[in-house]
Write a protein that binds this ligand. Structure first.
Ligand code: ARG
Ligand code: ZN
Length: 892
């Protein structure tokens, strides 16, 4: 069944207060719920429930049996209630048998909950929707030996021992909240804590809990939390509103983390780190995710979503906030130039993610606006579009309003909606109320189409230079083909978007031209053009010769730019564009052209060699003075296969992967001396620190090693082996191991992999890395992966482990996965079905790896179609996987 946004109806009851009592037992947990409700409109009380055993129902203390309620597989309906009532429901659930990891489950002997989006209904019958907000009190009872820590939302108000070795804790959350923010944790945990004063002077307790033995790995997480609390006060004036804020690490977790009020539950991968076992990327992901969940306390919890179509209201906004947090943390304590470069590095990383994950999504069968109009299973809509494109849509509002105006808009949003469950329109209304003050006569009505239309707009740029008048006219023309459900009959025609498009112009020598619009007196270095119609033009004066345009600076909108640059113009931008983002972009485009040409050459059996111009442009980025290492590393990284595939009419994944590898090797050889010099110049001999300068050095040094290894350059193998053995941090050790496994001698690679497992077999997060390395190795086949699946350390039940092997193979091993005999796709079908029996949400994510099947060469796409069909025909398929595979087959 399809749920539609337009069918929203408010819930007819207010659930004023909720009292929950848990008798926690892994095999069978008893849950008593007491709901105090008030009628708001006529109608029965319909409660959601799933996989529950109902024991009893009473209304105002009277048993409500004998036909006074109706029970089916998904709902419990009570008729004939008064205007006010107290409902008491007793039920049982089975945490230990719950492999979905939604609702109440057990991981490593500890009870956890995950309620967003619709998991609370697996705990007790309740109106499981975000616009029903209540005050919660919770009593947790369990065996004291096995479950010494009993945690829930809000404040701990009482604790006592019970007979039979049990104990009880009572928690009270002072804030009204939707049930998706409910949480409990019970088990044996260790923790680290600190106290700080919020800016109004209140003392708060911050705690990070994790499994015993991991206590030395939580310091960075706790410090990240402290930084997040400070940053939200300083940047947005938002203060922590609780006396106590807890983070708990879980080994089994479906996603990254969850912002439950005062009790965030995290995938352990985003909490635990130390230099020996975690990489620079792990450290930065931890800080970002801790920030993200903490920032939800205001954007998500204080103001929440009216319904799940509004998910981007909290997710897009909170991703934007975590991206800004990271950028500010990276830039702090650096001089102005280094700070600007650090921000650009963060922007590049975010755009790389958007292009690799969101652009393909937005062109495929699951394409949806950041505020979808319909879904079959909401768990399928925690997507790159809702999150990452959602963040871009918020960022564009900040660009249009300026950061100061955006801040006023956000203040206004909280002034209007604190404590409410609202919509994306409510958010834009608050922003628009500020926008109109600064832009009389204009509004955000065209801008709002970013919320209702899917697809990545393309902006075609053309330049007209008039030598006689010394003017240059820039024409922007947008188009956005219907995608996903927009292609079904009856869909409305698409309207132009409001696109903030930042540009600059350079002369033939690479000097920036001051921009002066025909209508204005001012000149600027960079200008924000606002395209709000299908086509528009801007004429610049005093332009002596045809300039080279620097387009979409800082990626000012999530669009694709079409402009016919010559290779020489791209090389010029790579050297001279004062906008560091656009300079990176020029290099990526040049590399894209090179790899696509190499791919065509392979397909036609022709020889291929690198253009000298490309090699020299790459050398310049590596050697010109004045760039920091982190930026250089990004600028010298070749675009990924995923990003490149979007430029091909018919994707030939193996030719593409081989061409990319060939390009890597050729650059490795052509610039060998420079790569070696970069390796020397970027050692980090001091004690490990994950700061962006040191991380940037390691990134460049390790990229250099990868180029040298890919090019089989003399001495590289020894260098990689020495680095693997001698590494004092995981970043360097993993980087060396990865080059050994992908480009090195087979015997040395096997020895290193064995050594790595022996060293780290007791650390699950490192064992995940070990599986990932092998899953993505160039030499890995379906048979290799099947062999790894019977390794004692492998389990499909643990999402991190399944992701590290099965997902990594299907997603990031083009050569192994896309084998011509279709065996990769048959493996995919088997694993989707095996996972679906355990955990539908995770299965549906794996199912999405075949989204783009129609784009592949016919031999491959036909076997992909068969695999999709095989999954779809499977009896008893979950709603999650059904939605994905049927859309893939029907709207491809
Ligand atoms: N709200 C969480 C976040 O921080 C995501 C939770 C989604 N959970 C799920 N099982 N779908 O982004
Ligand atoms: Zn979130």
């Amino acid at each position: 069944v399809t749920i539609r946004r337009q069918n929203y109806l408010p819930f007819p009851y207010d659930i004023v207060a909720v009292e929950l009592e848990f008798d926690l037992d892994p095999a069978s947990t008893l849950v008593r719920s007491r709901l105090q409700l008030k009628r708001l409109a006529p109608g029965p009380l319909v409660l959601n429930g799933e996989d529950l055993e109902l024991l009893s129902v009473t209304v105002d203390g009277q048993s409500w049996e004998g036909g006074r309620y109706q029970l089916d597989a998904q709902t419990l309906t009570l008729d004939g209630l008064g205007d006010e009532a107290i409902i008491e429901i007793a039920s049982r659930c089975r945490p230990e048998a719950n492999s979905t990891l939604m609702g109440l489950y057990v991981s490593n002997g500890v009870f956890f909950t995950q309620c967003e989006a619709e998991g609370f209904r697996r705990i007790t019958w309740f109106p499981d929707r975000p616009d029903v907000m209540s005050r919660y009190t919770v009593a947790l009872r369990a065996d004291k030996q096995r479950f010494p820590q009993l945690l829930s939302n809000g404040n701990l108000i009482a604790q006592r021992d019970l007979p039979d070795g049990r104990h009880e804790a009572r928690w009270e959350d002072p804030f009204r909240k939707p049930c998706y923010l409910f949480a409990l944790v019970a088990g044996r945990l260790t923790w680290r804590e600190s106290r700080m004063r919020t800016r109004s002077g209140r003392e708060v307790l911050l705690q990070v809990y994790s499994d015993p033995g991991s206590e030395d790995k939580t310091q960075f997480a706790l410090e990240s939390l402290e930084r997040a609390v400070r940053w939200d006060e300083q940047r947005f004036g938002l203060e922590l509103d609780l006396d106590r804020f807890m983070i708990v690490a879980a080994r089994d977790f479906n996603m990254g983390a969850m912002e439950n009020k005062g009790l965030n539950i995290f995938n352990a991968a985003y909490v635990l780190a130390d230099p020996e076992s975690a990489t620079d990327a792990n450290f930065s992901a931890i800080e970002a995710v801790i920030g993200h969940e903490y920032f939800h306390n205001w954007t998500g919890n204080r103001v929440t979503c009216r319904d799940w179509f509004q998910l981007s209201l909290k997710e897009g906004l909170t991703v934007f906030r975590d991206q800004e947090f990271t950028a500010d943390m990276m830039a702090q304590e650096l001089d102005a130039q280094a700070a600007a470069s650090a921000r650009t590095v963060k922007r590049i990383d975010d755009v790389v993610t958007l292009r690799a994950a969101q652009f393909p999504e937005d062109a495929g069968p699951m394409a949806h606006p950041i505020r979808p109009d319909s879904y079959q299973e909401i768990g399928n809509f925690y997507t790159a579009t809702v999150y990452e494109k959602g963040s871009e849509v918020i960022r564009m509002q900040q660009t249009l309003l300026t950061p100061a105006g955006f801040r006023r808009g956000l203040d206004e949003y909280f002034r209007r909606h604190d404590g409410q469950a609202v919509t994306c329109d409510d958010f834009v209304d608050a922003m628009e109320s500020v926008y109109v003050q600064d832009h009389p006569g204009r509004g955000l009505s065209v801008f709002r189409r970013w919320y209702s239309q899917a697809g990545t707009p393309r902006v075609k740029v053309s330049l007209d230079h008039d030598a006689a008048r010394q003017t240059c006219t820039v024409t922007l023309e947008q188009r956005c083909e219907p995608v996903g459900v927009e292609r079904l009959p009856g869909a409305p025609t698409k309207q132009p978007f409001h696109i903030p498009f930042a540009i600059g112009l350079l002369d033939a020598a690479g000097k920036p031209l001051p921009l002066r619009l025909a209508s204005e007196a001012e000149t600027r270095d960079s200008l924000l053009l606002e395209l709000t119609t299908q086509r528009a033009q801007w004429t610049f004066e005093h332009v002596a010769a045809k300039p080279v345009p620097s387009l979409l600076r800082d990626f000012s909108a999530p669009v694709i730019v079409d402009y016919d640059y010559t290779d020489a113009e791209l090389a010029l931008l790579m050297k001279h564009d004062p906008n560091a983002f656009a300079r990176w972009e020029a290099g990526q485009q040049l590399a894209t052209r090179t790899i696509l040409a190499a791919t065509r050459a392979r397909q036609q059996g022709e020889p291929f060699s690198l253009h000298g111009e490309f090699v020299e442009a790459w050398r310049a980025v590596l050697t010109v003075p004045g760039l920091d290492a982190g930026y250089r590393a990004r600028a010298l990284t070749l675009p990924s296969e995923k990003t490149l595939a979007e430029y091909m009419d018919q994707v030939d994944p193996i030719a593409l992967a081989d061409a990319r590898h060939e390009t890597l090797g050729a650059l490795g050889r052509a610039l060998a001396a420079d790569w070696r010099a970069a390796t020397e110049a970027n050692q980090t001999p001091d004690a490990y620190s994950p700061d962006p300068i040191s991380a940037g050095r390691r990134a460049l040094k390790n990229l250099a090693l990868a180029y040298l290894m890919a090019g089989s350059v003399e001495g590289a193998q020894q260098q990689a082996q020495a680095q693997y053995q001698g590494a004092r941090n995981m970043t360097d050790r993993m980087a060396a191991l990865s080059t050994l496994v992908n480009y090195g001698e087979a015997a040395a690679a096997t020895a290193a992999l064995t050594d790595f497992y022996e060293r780290w077999q007791d650390d699950p997060l490192v064992v995940d890395k070990w599986f990932t390395l092998q899953a993505t190795a160039r030499s890995t086949t379906v048979e290799t992966v099947e062999g790894l699946m019977v390794h004692p350390a492998f389990s499909l039940r643990n999402p991190n482990r399944a992701r590290s092997l099965v997902f990594q193979f299907c997603l990031n091993n083009p050569i192994g996965f896309h084998r011509a005999d279709g065996s990769g796709y048959r493996y995919w079908a088997e694993q989707v079905l095996a996972l679906d029996a355990l955990n539908p949400e995770i299965a549906a994510r794996l199912a999405r790896t075949l989204d783009r099947w129609v784009r592949y060469v016919p031999e491959l796409s036909e076997s992909m179609r068969q695999a999709l069909q095989q999954v779809r025909n499977h009896p008893g398929l979950s709603r999650n996987v059904t939605e994905i595979v049927s859309k893939a087959l029907e709207i491809a």
